[in-house]
Design a protein around this ligand. Structure first.
Ligand SMILES: C[S@@+](CC[C@H](N)C(=O)[O-])C[C@H]1O[C@@H](n2cnc3c(N)ncnc32)[C@H](O)[C@@H]1O
Length: 225
């Protein structure tokens, strides 16, 4: 059985084959990303049969907040910015989704098994503590992009007031969902990882609005970033 992994080197697939494992199972996946197709294509080329056992994924579990899944556009990933690398290009997809009245699911960066530059250069297998992007961090980066667009004289597709949904540990007993403005997402406390953020489209079904009202952040909560 091949585990749910996004980075399965060829050697591992070969190894499974040499052990005469009869099937490759993408065990806890939806078949939704190129990495999953890649796994199947490589297994097929090596003559390894496979069976997919479908499972829940954040891609459909986000429906727990009441937004309708068929109203989601392209999913984006928000990465941790560094001093020298602050990508904004994913924002074009958010813009396109909003122009089409679609919601955007933002998957938030995970950094595990990262080496510091020094340890990397010295070949030391010492890893930094894992980091998981929170909804607060994602919202702060998004607001910075909004400001940058204003400085460039562009009309941002998202503003401080855009309705968003923060989700944490979806599926766990202590899952948290909070609906509020992008500004409020900077300060909302959702607890530990994993987090995801939804930027809503403008045209919402009344039932979606009613569902989100179950999770609204109180008006008087802190809005500072
Ligand atoms: C590589 S992606 C998704 C992988 C996973 N196999 C899936 O489809 O659910 C990882 C990101 O999905 C989001 N995510 C995954 N599980 C989550 C959960 N239970 N609650 C909130 N967000 C989650 C987080 O943004 C996380 O950084």
């Amino acid at each position: 059985m091949i585990k749910d992994t996004e980075e399965q080197p060829d050697e591992e697939v070969h190894e499974e084959r040499s052990r005469r494992v009869p099937s490759v199972g993408a065990s806890v996946l939806e078949l939704k990303a190129t990495t999953h197709s890649d796994l199947i294509l490589r297994a097929t080329k090596l003559g390894i049969s496979y069976r997919v056992i479908h499972n829940a994924s954040i891609m459909n579990a986000v429906g727990c907040c009441g937004l309708q899944l068929y109203k989601f556009g392209e999913t984006v990933s928000i990465v941790f910015w560094t001093d020298t690398w602050r990508p904004e290009s994913f924002f074009d997809k958010v813009k396109k989704n909003r122009e089409n009245g679609m919601h955007t699911l933002c998957l938030l960066d995970i950094k595990v098994k990262e080496q510091s530059l020094e340890n990397l250069i010295k070949g030391r297998k010492i890893y930094e503590p894992p980091r998981y992007m929170s909804v607060n961090q994602a919202a702060q980066q998004l607001l910075e992009i909004v400001q940058n667009q204003r400085i460039r004289g562009e009309e941002p597709a998202v503003t401080e007031k855009t309705l968003c949904v923060g989700l944490a540990r979806v599926g766990a007993e202590d899952q948290k969902v909070a609906a509020g403005t992008l500004q409020q997402m900077c300060a909302v406390d959702l607890g530990g990882p994993l987090h995801s953020l939804i930027i809503t489209g403008d045209s919402m079904h009344p039932l979606e609005m009613e569902m989100l009202s179950l999770f609204s952040i109180p008006e008087n909560s802190s809005e500072s970033c």
